[in-house]
Ligand binder design. Structure first.
Ligand SMILES: NC(=O)c1ccc[n+]([C@@H]2O[C@H](COP(=O)([O-])OP(=O)(O)OC[C@H]3O[C@@H](n4cnc5c(N)ncnc54)[C@H](O)[C@@H]3O)[C@@H](O)[C@H]2O)c1
Ligand SMILES: O=c1ccn([C@@H]2O[C@H](COP(=O)(O)OP(=O)(O)O[C@H]3OC[C@@H](O)[C@H](O)[C@H]3O)[C@@H](O)[C@H]2O)c(=O)[nH]1
Length: 386
């Protein structure tokens, strides 16, 4: 492999990365990228490894010896500090991060996103190790514009909705809206990391992903996850399409999101990994401001794309409305709109997303169809117990 150069033309030295949560959606793509395109070594920590099995076996893989899986629950495992010490860089992805859990399992959510991340920050700080921590776009909460009267012309002014790392406030709902337990825990760990940087010199980078989507995201209920489980919207809608049932639009599907293709987003993370001088001390939005849709529009687009890739006809009524109380239970609330400002990541790392929403849905739904259609057919053909 030819020597890799950083953005300032200096050769990049091979490093050892302790990746916590490496068996998840983002972790699996990051491991894949690091194995295929870099000489870096990965200590992959997680409770599961199904999504990275193809990278771990067989021993004849070209990167064998550069990735090591450690089945560790960071809540209670004394091996954590030793693994962080062995690495040059720690990347923490571990979290409970599906909205269906925020209001129904708020304690687990807060523990996972704040308490369990504390030792990771502490070990990095005490051992002078660099940390890349995964936060979320949810720390912005709601936009300022959402509090304006419905007919206010200011709602169209980007100053009232574009989310900027260094100036936008974090606006959450009341405490009884337990949806915000996740965003609040993520905000507090961001503040703690920032303070470790300011007071103890911790070298850190904070990533705020804006709805990264693609293959291997979450699970399909009843196939590779619990039948009653509620994953994030891509997997919910994929599941509905695979089962030929209407897509459920929560509270009318009026919320807006920007979606970025996981492979574009991983390029940004690799730039952070390999350009510490440009990434340390920064918080980065990572998203695609050009891919904005309402959830209703997302449902329509996914239905069209799925019809194309599966060859199956569209349902007569492709979607139905459900209330958030019915879908998520008491205490749910929502972010109204999420447009990332890209100034900082552009200036520091020269990164821009490339893939359109249509194209990323086409490759993702092709994967979903190929991976799950047969299994769904089989499971639906099974007689149900009476
Ligand atoms: N995907 C997105 O669009 C998105 C958006 C915003 C923020 N994030 C953040 O990015 C990170 C990764 O997200 P993801 O989409 O890959 O989620 P994911 O659920 O697929 O991955 C998280 C992984 O962490 C592991 N994990 C959780 N608790 C653990 C523990 N105690 N010990 C060991 N491993 C543990 C899980 O088993 C899982 O494999 C999370 O911190 C999430 O909050 C993701
Ligand atoms: O079947 C569904 C699922 C979801 N939705 C809606 O679709 C929107 C997106 O829902 P997602 O489950 O993908 O999650 P959100 O975008 O709200 O939050 C996510 O944002 C960033 C990360 O930190 C987390 O991965 C998650 O909190 C929400 O408005 C939700 O109410 C539906 O209308 N129908």
């Amino acid at each position: 492999m030819a020597a890799r150069m950083d953005l300032d033309g200096r050769p990049i030295k091979p490093m050892t990365i302790c990746m916590i949560g490496a068996g998840g959606f983002i972790g699996s793509h990051l491991c894949e990228k690091l194995m295929a395109e870099t000489p870096h070594k990965v200590l992959a920590l997680d409770v599961y490894n199904d999504k990275i099995k193809h990278l771990l076996e067989p021993d004849s893989l070209p990167w064998a010896g550069r990735i090591e899986f450690h089945r560790i629950n960071i809540k209670h495992d004394s091996r954590l500090e030793g693994l962080i010490k062995m690495a040059d860089l720690t990347i923490n992805l571990a979290a409970i991060c599906t909205p269906a859990d925020y209001n129904t399992r708020p304690l687990d959510t807060i523990y996972s996103n704040f308490i369990d991340a504390l030792p990771v920050v502490k070990y990095c700080s005490e051992n002078n190790k660099r940390l890349i921590h995964f936060s979320t776009c949810e720390v912005y909460g709601k936009t300022i514009g959402s509090f304006l009267p419905k007919d206010s012309p200011l709602r169209k002014d980007p100053a009232y909705y574009v989310l900027k790392e260094d100036t936008s406030p974090c606006i959450f709902g009341s405490i009884e809206k337990q949806r915000w337990s996740y965003a609040c825990a993520k905000q507090l760990i961001e503040r703690l990391i920032y303070a470790e940087g300011a007071e103890n010199g911790l070298d850190f980078t904070i990533v705020r992903p804006f709805n990264w989507i693609g293959p291997r995201m979450d699970f399909i209920p009843g196939i590779d996850g619990p039948s009653e489980g509620v994953p994030r919207v891509l997997a919910c809608f994929s599941n509905n399409l695979l089962r030929r049932e209407p897509l459920k639009l929560v509270d009318g599907g009026q919320s807006q999101r920007t979606f970025v293709y996981i492979k574009d987003a991983i390029e940004a993370v690799l730039l952070m990994i390999e350009n510490p001088d440009r990434a340390n001390g920064h918080i980065f939005n990572v998203g695609n401001p050009n891919n904005e849709v309402t959830v209703r529009q997302l449902a329509e687009m996914m239905t069209q794309v799925y019809t194309k890739v599966s060859g199956e006809p569209m349902l007569q009524s492709p979607s139905i409305d459900v209330s958030s109380k019915e879908f998520y239970g008491e205490g749910y609330d929502d972010s109204d709109k999420r447009i990332p400002d890209m100034t900082i990541i552009n200036k520091q790392l020269g990164w821009n997303p490339k893939t359109s929403l249509w194209d990323l849905l086409e490759s993702t739904l092709t994967y979903q169809h190929r991976t799950y259609a047969e299994a769904i057919k089989k499971s639906m053909a099974k007689p149900t117990a009476s």
